[in-house]
Write a protein that binds this ligand. Structure first.
Ligand code: NAP
Length: 313
């Protein structure tokens, strides 16, 4: 094994993302020591049973002492309180990053709390599943996925390069953009699809003319593909909606206009319009497969893939 990139990495939050990081850090030998911290005694005990770290703390400030990399992996609405808790204990020159799905709000919460003597580099790995908790993670989660950084003006180039190297060794490709652009892009590629899925599954659950047992029984016709997204963690997604409100509302307005146009085409039996649109969208899926972000297997997402770490996707 080459020398570890970091002497001591502190993972604050050890759910799907934190525990996947713990596993890949161990596999790749990226840290001399892995410190795990989470607020609840149950999750901390489970992380210890799974052997995710070398030392375990329920207090985040105790966990970050002497760490040269701190990764905050908690719901975005809690980033500010975590930053306040760790701030007095951070070592001079340490890199502090996060994995939150929204960036403008995380920066607004964390930056004012963190001391000037640390390198704060906001990040977001575009990798996940609908599962949560320390059992859900697996070392391969970040492979061939993008990790986006939204560095603040004046960010130290050496610190950014070191963090980029860390994520490359976790298997990711790096992209850099500003926080507002990140939030707009993610609103369409991630946040809107989840909101639509939550909505359609909720609508089906509320229907009176179609029974619940029929919805379940005939779900393979399309409905179940939405249920995977709609099974995602409620706390995480509540926070995403509240913390990327403007971009999500803008995308929802566009979506509603396009839906109204589709509705009109159906009402007026405009088959050409429907065919043209459905052909255009089919090409989008082909591009995603060509970009290596999906595999061309008809029922991907329904097969159970076992991961060496015990996780499944
Ligand atoms: P998760 O599996 O639900 O784990 C959440 C972790 O955060 C747990 O350790 C939990 O601690 C801790 N936590 C929860 N509420 C907290 C609070 N109020 N204060 C301090 N700690 C708290 O979540 P995850 O999927 O790993 O998501 C973590 C972050 O990654 C989120 O910001 C999310 O936006 C981002 N992200 C998620 C995905 C995805 O697909 N899931 C993808 C990319 C980025 P306890 O269990 O001890 O309560």
């Amino acid at each position: 094994m080459p020398d570890p990139l970091f002497h001591k990495i502190a993972l604050i939050g050890i759910g799907l993302i934190g525990s996947s990081l713990a596993r890949v850090i161990r596999r790749e030998g990226l840290a001399g020591e892995i410190i795990v911290s989470t607020r609840s005694a149950e999750t901390l005990a489970r992380a210890e049973e799974l052997g995710l770290g070398d030392r375990y703390f329920s207090r985040a400030d105790e966990a970050v002492r002497d760490a040269d990399l701190v990764i905050v992996s908690v719901p975005v609405g809690s980033s500010g309180s975590v930053a306040q808790e760790i701030a007095p204990a951070l070592k001079k020159g340490c890199i502090v990053t996060d994995v939150g799905s929204t960036k403008r709000s995380v920066i607004a919460q964390m930056q004012p709390a963190l001391p000037d003597h640390v390198h704060f580099i906001p990040g977001h790995p575009l990798a996940g599943t609908e599962r949560s908790g320390p059992d859900a993670g697996f070392a391969e989660l970040f492979e061939n996925r993008w990790c986006i950084f939204t560095p603040l003006p004046g960010t130290d180039a050496g610190a950014l390069e070191k963090l980029s190297e860390f994520w490359r060794r976790c298997g990711s490709n790096i992209e850099i953009m500003d926080a507002d652009h990140h939030d707009m892009v993610l609103a369409i590629v991630s946040h809107l699809p989840h909101i639509i899925a939550y909505n359609i599954v909720g609508t089906a659950d509320d229907l009176e003319a179609v029974t619940k047992s029929e919805v379940i029984k005939y779900s393979a016709s399309g409905f179940r593909d939405f249920t995977r997204l709609a099974a995602s963690d409620p706390t995480m997604w509540r926070d995403v909606c509240l913390h990327n409100k403007d971009a999500i509302l803008e995308m929802l307005a566009r979506f509603s206009e396009d839906l109204a146009s589709l509705q009109r085409a159906i009402r007026w039996e405009d088959g050409d319009k429907l065919f043209e649109m459905f052909s255009r969208t089919r090409a989008v899926r082909r591009s995603i497969i060509e970009a290596g972000q999906e595999i061309d297997v008809p029922d991907f997402g329904r097969q159970v893939v076992e991961h060496p770490a015990g996780g499944k996707s």
